[in-house]
Design a protein around this ligand. Sequence first.
Ligand code: FE2
Length: 341
Amino acid sequence: MRNYGLLAAAAGLSLLATAQADAAGELNLYSSRHYDTDERLYSDFEKQTGIKINRIEDKADALIERMKAEGANSPADVLLTVDAGRLWRADQAGLLQPVTTEVLNARVPEWLRHPEGHWYGFSQRIRILFYDRNKVNPMDIQTYESLADPKMKGKVCTRSSGNIYMLSLMSSIIAHKGPETAAKWAEGMWNNRARDPAGGDTDQLRGIAAGECAVVVSNTYYFARALRKDVKGLDKDAMSRIGWVFPNQASTGAHANISGAGVAKHAPNKENAVKFLEYLASDAAQEYFSAGNDEYPAVMGVGLSDSVARLGIFRSDTLNLSALGENQPEAQKIYDRVGYK
Ligand SMILES: [Fe+2]
């Protein structure tokens, strides 16, 4: 009888556990990121909350198109992607809804989130200058503006102007200096090019290693990744040749962008979606989330991963990232007008 009682109790417990899991429900995450640390990031959330995460992974633009096509029937609860410009595009398409909570407001700095909570930044990628230590004096490239200085003639490499990172950088210059100054900057930088834009940010860093480029624009995580693990074309010798500058430290701060997420307009599991965003802002999740892509955490006081710590700390531009989306069409027009490929 006693055994039977224990069995019955155990069966009862497991029924209870199942009921709790059902009650906790699920979360449909549309995500354009996939890193090694993500497994732990998601399994910790599932353990803490009992909420099951269903991941739908694709390129950001494909996910946005999918959500548009699904409309009010979309199962998406959270859209997770990189670059404020892209989150802005999703928001403009009416795919996100406002969410404000004390936790999110307290933990995510104001400039890294949408003013009405349509999206939040959960890690920071800083767009900075990398240079050939043999060819450039870092004192000559302390600002983004210096890339347009005739002194840099034949030295500058960037990726193409249609890339969202280049559009976001230009958008921040428009916000700070106005479109006319921004156009002069783009023109000067174009005139200083060492070669026509090609490849991604890592290719710009490789351009330094190959001796083709003396100063390049790249997001921090591409370099930090090459510090952490082998990246083709960036061996130890190449890496030791590359120096870096966080620009505009005496004025507007270095251009920051984010990986971020927002709650989907038609989220069937809105409560779980909000819980997930709050979880992403927690200390433990912040460490996984930022370290997974060698990015800086968004929340103040969270430790840096080893590779990121080697890049050091900096003063960030505190321009609200919404401006990056708002100025995006004008940014492309300016690049096109000055013939920046
Ligand atoms: Fe990237």
